[in-house]
Design a protein around this ligand. Structure first.
Ligand SMILES: C[S@@+](CC[C@H](N)C(=O)[O-])C[C@H]1O[C@@H](n2cnc3c(N)ncnc32)[C@H](O)[C@@H]1O
Length: 177
């Protein structure tokens, strides 16, 4: 899922993943030749990410700090399951857009309005495989999507790719500046 969306980003260069958790996206991006750094407020996630993905860089830093003190203009900024937890979603999107290099790409991955426990169970039955973590995700996100905020914010922007994952319960947006 994350690998497909990362794979839809053209070019190479500097990649910032904000709210990286245990580092999956910087890990994939660095394997694909990007100079990737993951940022997160949780020091334990950063420590784990450093162990799991030694090719990428990781830093214990808040979104607000990353956006306020740009060391460089990245070619790619990604936020996966971050907007959902932020109080000021449009502000975060605007800040990331401002920091992004002209011609660069913004990557967002979030659950859609169809993510709920019932759909996860139906999807799992169809796939013939069951994941407790996916059920928990469906339960936690039921009726709580930021899909509308993203669609509205990106209305007049250039989409490079909009990918549906897990039967449409998760979406990846790749938007060119
Ligand atoms: C739901 S997790 C997503 C982790 C990862 N991006 C993924 O897709 O698996 C959200 C992450 O955002 C981090 N986070 C929350 N608020 C943040 C902020 N203001 N700045 C940076 N990271 C933040 C949390 O510590 C957590 O690791």
């Amino acid at each position: 899922m994350h690998a497909d969306t990362v794979g839809a980003v053209p070019g190479r260069g500097v990649w910032y993943d904000i709210g990286c958790g245990p580092g999956l996206i910087p890990g994939i991006a660095s394997e694909r030749g990007f100079d990737a750094t993951g940022f997160d407020i949780n020091p334990e996630s950063i420590a784990l990410a450093k162990k799991l993905y030694p090719k990428a860089r990781f830093s214990h830093k808040y979104l607000e700090a990353v956006l306020a003190t740009p060391d460089e203009k990245p070619n790619v900024i990604s936020m996966s399951s971050l907007l959902f937890v932020l109080p000021e979603k449009a502000e975060a999107l605007n800040g990331a857009w401002k920091l992004l290099r002209e011609g660069g790409h913004l990557v967002i991955i979030e659950t859609t309005g169809t993510m709920n426990l019932r759909n996860v169970v139906e999807y799992s039955i169809k796939q013939g495989s069951f994941s407790f973590a996916l059920c928990l995700w469906g339960f936690a996100r039921s009726g709580r999507t930021v899909e509308g905020v993203i669609t509205e914010w990106a209305r007049k922007k250039n989409y490079v790719a909009v990918q549906n994952h897990l039967g449409g319960m998760v979406r990846g947006w790749v938007i060119r500046k």
